[in-house]
Write a protein that binds this ligand. Structure first.
Ligand code: AMP
Length: 428
């Protein structure tokens, strides 16, 4: 029997994982600049937490949840996204209290789970990083969150980006728009897909997000939400646009964009890539403002804004643009031990060199000199330390700079006392 990983999952192997670490480190540096602190929530949540926040009529909740009843008959789901869990943690831990900073800024990095049809850049276990800003309605936070995401991509060398924004308005704007949309869609009702018919009464805005071809044609001429914005929402959106202009960032407005989650209002945005690997224009990340969400989960009224972006798509975009990450893939020292008698001293030397602060490895297979040097080259070792029976007798080692072939004979006592100086000398 051959076991395979479940469909839509990936093993991230050594060689590949270094790229992930690089992307993650880049993100952490940028989060630090913008003063976001990390939050780690469980990988599974009560189903209700997600269903209430993300929305019952969304694809995520209605089709894509990895939910199950646990042995205590609790309805549990693997988290499909990061915002709802962070909001739950914000409320449960009373992070809105007076002792916490305002706005409260948190970021997360980790796996998310959606039962989707896998393809390039779409998996069932994928990885997101995201930020949330709780408290405050200042449109500057909306824009800072967008700029943070853009900074992240550009510092990874991704340039073919498009920032697309829209406003979903506040409750009042959406109620008016909802009616406008229903009026427009009613004569087309029979032509709509079954999914869209189901959403017609409950949540007609979701029809704008339909992937069905016929739905898309119908929706193309639907009224624009931007014509229904309340004065407050209009002002908010105008300020967002002005701040983006002020930052010199180009953007598009797509009045039909609604995004796949129900909790947004006012500003929403996506950062798209037109890289060919994806076959079509694809969202690398997206986010927006949410106002009722903290209350929905049982907290005090707290506006929020955030985004989530996918690791897998980020890595594909880096590759698509032909960029290579500056990854460190060499080691400082490789110990070549010739003959079984060297085992104990190889052991002592490699440990001493590691403790002196260097990355080091050794042979464990009692291979010949040629094979061991080959390994040292494959590992891109900068320095090789060789011992054989003769060296054991004299308590010395041959220390060789692999690039210049310069070699010195060094007493073990020197290595144990101050390997850093020896390394410095041989590599300079
Ligand atoms: P969303 O939470 O749907 O707004 O997604 C935010 C970002 O997460 C997307 O722009 C993608 O980069 C990424 N993403 C969402 N779903 C998947 C998936 N199934 N596989 C890989 N990445 C995903």
């Amino acid at each position: 029997m051959k076991y395979q990983r479940p469909r839509g999952t990936a093993d991230i192997l050594p060689g590949e994982v270094e790229k992930w670490q690089f992307v993650e480190n880049t993100a952490r540096e940028i989060f630090k600049k913008y003063q976001f602190k990390e939050i780690r929530t469980p990988m599974f949540e009560h189903y209700e937490v997600i269903a209430r926040s993300v929305g019952d009529t969304t694809d995520i909740v209605s089709k894509e949840m990895y939910d199950f009843y646990d042995k205590g008959d609790r309805h549990i789901t693997l988290r499909p996204e990061g915002t709802a869990p962070v909001v739950r943690a914000f409320v449960e831990n009373k992070l809105y209290g007076p002792e916490f900073p305002k706005p409260y800024k948190a970021y997360y990095i980790g796996p998310m789970f959606r039962y989707e049809r896998p393809k390039a850049g779409r998996l069932r276990q994928f990885h997101q990083l995201g930020v949330e800003v709780f408290g405050g309605e200042n449109p500057a936070t909306d824009v800072e969150v967008m700029l943070l995401a853009l900074d992240f991509y550009t510092s990874l060398g991704i340039k073919e980006l498009k920032l697309v924004i829209n406003s979903l308005g506040d409750k009042e704007s959406r109620q008016k728009y909802r009616q406008g949309l229903i009026d427009y869609l009613t004569p087309h009702y029979d032509e709509l897909s079954q999914d869209s018919k189901n959403r017609f009464e409950k949540n007609p805005l979701r029809i704008l997000d339909s992937k069905d071809r016929q739905d898309k044609i119908i929706v193309a001429n639907a009224p624009s939400i931007l014509d229904f914005l309340s004065e407050k929402s209009q002002n908010h959106f105008d300020t967002v646009k002005a701040l983006l202009d002020y930052s010199g960032v180009s953007f598009e407005i797509d009045h039909r964009m609604v995004r796949g989650l129900d909790y947004y209002n006012d500003t929403i945005f996506e950062i798209m890539s037109e890289a060919k690997v994806f076959g079509e224009r694809v969202a690398l990340g997206g986010g927006g403002r949410y106002s009722g969400l903290v209350e929905e989960i049982g907290g005090p009224e707290t506006p929020g804004v955030g985004f989530g972006l996918g690791f897998e798509r980020t890595l594909l975009a880096i590759e698509a643009e032909g960029d290579t990450l500056p990854l460190e893939d060499s080691i400082d020292v490789y110990i070549v031990g010739l003959g079984e008698a060297t085992n104990l001293d190889s052991f002592k030397l490699v440990q001493a060199i590691r403790h002196a602060g260097f990355s080091a490895d050794r042979d464990y297979m009692n291979r010949g000199a040629k094979a061991q040097f080959k390994t040292a080259n494959r590992l891109k070792a900068k320095v090789v330390v060789t011992i054989g029976t003769e060296e054991i007798e004299q308590q010395v080692a041959r220390v060789k700079n692999m690039a210049s072939s310069k070699e010195e004979i060094v007493p073990w006592t020197d290595i144990y006392q101050d390997f850093a100086s020896i390394y410095q000398k041989i590599t300079n």
